[in-house]
Write a protein that binds this ligand. Structure first.
Ligand code: ZN
Length: 181
């Protein structure tokens, strides 16, 4: 397993449209293992293959909502979505303060359909068709946007988006300054 480099804005590779996965092979499963390792290390709750420079329709998610371990820590709940599709997005929306590993350290409220029916394949090539809600629905929609070259900041007004990008630039300058000092 390996920790992969996560692309960050304004890398143009984040804007590519990802291709469908033709077959769930061992090579794909090896990439999935690396993506989980990269996501847990970051740490984040979702990661699309496009963010690690592999433009295929694959994403991983772990909301930490699995059964608690012996010490009462939230359990891992790794989920894999290959070639995901959204059907029947609800008319009600929910708002979540989203962040993104490709826009590090920045958060903003994004409104998305609260409930979605989704279809996808898992890491064994098994098809799923489920109704998802709350953070699972939000996270899936955020990650699926990456497959179409869309970032959460694209859902914001131009003013808010510029503010987020300016804050990110400032944080990067401060980090670079600290390294030089
Ligand atoms: Zn993201």
């Amino acid at each position: 397993m390996a920790i992969l480099t996560i692309l960050e804005v304004p890398d143009p590779r984040l804007r590519r449209i990802s291709e469908p996965v033709a077959e769930v092979t061992d090579e794909i499963r090896a990439l999935i293992a690396d993506m989980f390792e990269t996501m847990y290390d970051a740490p984040g709750i979702g990661l699309a293959a496009a963010q690690v420079d592999v433009p295929i329709r694959l994403l991983v998610m772990d909301l930490g909502d699995g059964p608690e371990d012996a010490e009462g820590n939230p359990g891992r709940n790794p989920r894999v979505f290959i070639n995901p599709e959204i059907l029947d997005p609800s008319e009600d929306y929910s708002v979540y303060n989203e962040g993104c590993l490709s826009v590090p350290g920045q958060y903003a409220d994004v409104e998305r359909p609260a409930v979605v029916r989704a279809r996808w394949l898992d890491e064994n090539g098994v098809a799923h068709d489920e109704v998802l809600d709350s953070l699972t629905a939000t996270c899936l929609q955020h990650e699926m946007d990456h497959l179409d070259g869309i970032l959460f900041i694209d859902h914001l007004s131009r003013l808010k988006r510029d503010m987020v990008l300016k804050k990110l630039e400032k944080a990067r300058r401060e980090k670079a300054g600290k390294k030089a000092a």
